[in-house]
Design a binder for this molecule. Structure first.
Ligand SMILES: [Zn+2]
Length: 377
């Protein structure tokens, strides 16, 4: 290795230590062993791979493994992550979703393209697809009972406070009206076996309903997602006047605390254990026969410790019947719920998920939800 190469390696290492360069410019991950020498940013290996998909905009190199020219190193020194952020993130709307390292590839790749390729956060007119307060278009929606995806017209209207879809192209009445204030959207590529798969949940008569949608075009799909977030944001701004953006933004869309299969038994604990798909959405533990079911078979509300909710490892000694090895008992003021996990790791993760909400004091509005669950037959 030439002495010039050695000198450049030293300079690059020094640059990595500068403010902003220690975490990935795109996803915030702690490792930044790659760099785009055309954009002047330090990124993680995973994001470097995504930069490879926009070769007209970005060229990447390993900071330590590849050889660097003087001009490339000088460019990195004159730019860096803080400067790139100031340049490419001038006008990111508060509601716009900023992905993290654990998010799906679709969100991370579109975030990279939106900033560096489409310049969406420099030219505000390019934000119209998710900022106008109205959006309509066709999406592939999974049929409720047959599981087939069919093209359906969707309309998101902030004025009406709803997302609607229509079954027939010329239908005047929507098939479903999903109120913005109960709506949640979650990318679910693994569960739906589709890289652009989006799960939308909403409440109808206090029961959770799911719809599963996608669009072939990745930008369209992420635009829908951010349009939903915008509608939620504007709804919450009106509902909670004076609230700060930083307090509202985490409420725009929720990721589930945990999902997966467990076995459960009925209220008498003698019905035998049945395998069900469980989703822990904040304090709602829902179960489904199939992960893509439209309706939850049942829901369990999990309150706080102060309100007599506890979670215990194992099952009561009197438990009958064949079941998975690793039990969990949730004690609520009304009854005990018994679950069984296939592995110890699953059991630990589920216990931690339940503990998260049990340890948190209940909010006033959560008492109303609890009351509803208590009066269920
Ligand atoms: Zn990254």
């Amino acid at each position: 290795m030439s002495s010039e190469q050695d000198k450049n390696k030293c300079l690059l290492k020094e640059l990595l230590g500068r403010s902003g360069n220690g975490s990935c410019a795109d996803c915030g991950a702690a490792d930044t062993e790659w760099a785009s020498y055309t954009l002047g940013v330090f990124v993680c290996q995973s994001c470097a791979g995504l930069h490879g998909n926009i070769p007209n905009i970005s060229s990447v190199k390993s900071v330590l493994q590849d050889s660097w020219s003087n001009t490339e190193v000088e460019f990195m020194a004159s730019t860096g992550n803080d400067a790139a952020k100031a340049k490419y993130e001038q006008k990111v709307p508060a509601f716009y979703y900023r992905p993290t390292h654990s998010d799906c590839q679709l969100l991370r790749e579109q975030w990279i393209r939106a900033r560096y390729d489409r310049n969406e956060f420099v030219c505000v007119e390019r934000q119209e697809p998710y900022s106008a307060g109205y959006r309509e278009g066709f999406l592939w929606k999974r049929g409720r009972d047959n599981g087939q995806f069919l093209s359906r017209k969707f309309i998101l209207s902030e004025r009406e406070g709803a997302l609607k879809y229509f079954n027939k192209h010329d239908a005047r009445e929507p098939k479903a009206v999903m109120k913005i204030h109960t709506l949640n959207a979650n990318f679910q590529p693994a569960k739906m076996a589709n890289p652009h798969g989006l799960q939308i949940t909403y409440l109808k008569d206090n029961s959770t309903r799911n719809i599963f949608i996608y669009h072939e075009d990745p930008k369209e799909m992420v635009d829908w997602f951010n349009a939903i977030r915008a509608a939620r944001f504007h709804y919450l701004q009106v509902a909670f006047p004076g609230a700060h953006d930083v307090d509202l933004v985490p409420k725009l869309t929720r990721k589930y605390i945990k999902e997966g299969y467990m076995e459960k038994t009925g209220p008498k604990h003698t019905e035998g254990f049945k395998k069900r798909w469980f989703t822990m959405d904040d304090r709602r533990l829902m179960y489904f026969k199939d992960p893509l079911d439209a309706y939850a078979r049942g829901e369990v509300f999990i309150g706080s410790r102060e309100n007599s909710y506890t979670v215990l490892p194992g099952l009561p000694p009197s438990t009958q019947g064949y079941h998975w090895q690793f039990g969990i008992t949730i004690v609520t003021p009304d009854r005990k719920f018994l679950f069984a996990c296939a592995t110890e790791e699953d059991q630990r993760e589920w216990m931690a998920a339940f503990q998260t909400v049990i340890n948190r004091p209940m909010l006033p509005q959560e008492y109303a939800v609890e009351a509803h669950f208590k009066h269920k037959p």
